[in-house]
Write a protein that binds this ligand. Structure first.
Ligand SMILES: Cc1cc2nc3c(=O)[nH]c(=O)nc-3n(C[C@H](O)[C@H](O)[C@H](O)COP(=O)(O)O)c2cc1C
Length: 382
């Protein structure tokens, strides 16, 4: 775009973008063609969340995105090595998963006491109700997704889980860059050795599935251990201060999720956005009660009741199969917090729903100001 004020890092050269800002993939349907195109048009790069999408749906979403922008975009899926796949039909999945009776009884009590219906139709999910996506996890399924992505040829492929090394040579031959999301140094080293073009490393503040380690600790360690592979930092980054800090820690750009949920283009329902705007620094919890894997979301009564139940979380995807009909019922009955509002710890500083381009522009303006004016004015050297 002519006249755009530049702020660039090697990530921009790698991806052919203006600003080192990536829209993090958020399934289901938050990082959709509309939001992805808006971020790519603004000079960053949008990444389509396709974890729960079939090969046909991946083709359709890429086509839709290309109608909206000619700029680079990415596609993200999970590559689970061990997760079981139960298909998308709830009743069948529940039967196959054989959820223990005491968990079924606990859920029934929880719902009865609050007047929440059990809704077992996953098509009733709102964008952002990620627990639903878990129904489709499985290695065989994800390999069919990889094939579709190679056919679609986006600028970038991102694996949310697992190691994409098996597909790196083919992706590179097609001109597709490959990145992988990690939350531990060990995993970062493994994917870097597998040949990814950059490692996306998310600290524990990140929304959705996140690790134990704080970004302040993780990002510099990963950057040192995987050099010269570039690192992109994620988790709790909602503005230009976060961007400047990430660059100081050794990252080459940022992977931003929650901030873009509160954007005009995001298809999350208004109540989802309102809850994010209202949340403070203590509002999130990281529990296994929605999906069976540690996942950051707004703390809810479901978390509190599960904590008090004496039960242990079931492994993914069994816990998601247990929680999803509760979450869908909660959304329907207006118990929004219980529906599972996945978001990061940075929500305390998200104060307005803005157009995605404004979010990008403000992030760049603030980062420039911090680096070029504020820090030199505040730091003295001998
Ligand atoms: C609602 C929601 C859904 C998510 N779904 C995915 C996903 O499908 N794939 C993925 O790689 N990460 C997913 N994540 C994690 C994000 O990609 C990203 O790591 C995280 O949002 C960064 O932290 P932040 O929210 O504090 O910016 C999700 C996060 C949220 C909040």
């Amino acid at each position: 775009m002519a006249g755009r004020r530049k702020f660039w890092t090697p990530l921009c050269d790698l991806l052919g973008i203006d600003y080192p800002i990536m829209l993090a993939a958020m399934a289901p349907d938050l990082s959709d063609p509309k939001l992805v195109a808006a971020v790519s048009e603004a000079g960053g790069i949008g990444v389509l969340a396709c974890a729960d999408k079939s090969p046909e749906e991946i083709h359709a979403m890429a086509k839709e995105t290309r109608k909206l922008t000619g700029r680079p975009f990415g596609i993200d899926i999970g590559l689970p090595a061990r997760a079981e796949s139960y298909g998308l039909e709830y009743a069948e999945a529940a039967e196959k998963a054989r959820i223990p009776q005491e968990y079924i009884e606990f859920r029934a009590r929880f719902l009865r006491e609050r007047g929440i219906p059990l809704v077992d139709d996953v098509r009733k999910a709102n964008p952002g109700m990620s627990s639903v996506a878990s129904f489709k996890l499985g290695e065989a399924f994800s390999r069919t997704q990889v094939r579709a992505i190679l056919e679609v040829r986006p600028a970038l492929f991102v694996s949310a889980l697992g190691n994409p090394s098996f597909m790196v040579p083919e992706a590179h031959a097609l001109g597709i860059k490959v990145m992988s999301v990690v939350g531990k140094v060990k995993d970062a080293v493994r994917v870097a050795q597998g040949g990814v073009d950059a490692v996306i490393c998310t600290g524990t503040a990140a929304g959705g599935h996140s690790g134990d380690i704080d970004g302040m600790v993780l990002i510099p360690q990963v950057a040192e251990r995987v050099a010269p592979t570039p690192v992109v930092a994620g988790g709790g980054i909602v503005d230009g201060k976060g961007l400047a800090a990430a660059l100081a820690l050794g990252a080459t750009g940022v992977w931003v999720g929650s901030r873009f949920i509160a954007s005009a283009e995001c298809s999350a329902p208004d109540w989802y956005k309102d809850k994010i705007l209202a949340a403070d620094d203590t509002a999130t919890a990281r529990t296994k009660w929605y999906t069976g894997k540690t996942c950051r979301h707004l703390r809810s009564d479901w978390d509190n009741a599960c904590d008090a139940s004496g039960l242990a979380p079931l492994p993914m995807p069994k816990q998601a199969i247990l929680a999803t009909p509760m979450a869908l019922g909660a959304a329907q009955a207006g118990h929004y917090a219980e529906s599972g509002i996945f978001c990061g710890q940075g929500v305390g500083r998200i104060e307005a729903v803005l157009p995605a381009a404004k979010i990008v522009e403000q992030m760049i303006e603030t980062a420039r100001d911090v680096l070029a004016r504020q820090l030199p004015g505040r730091v003295n050297y001998d």
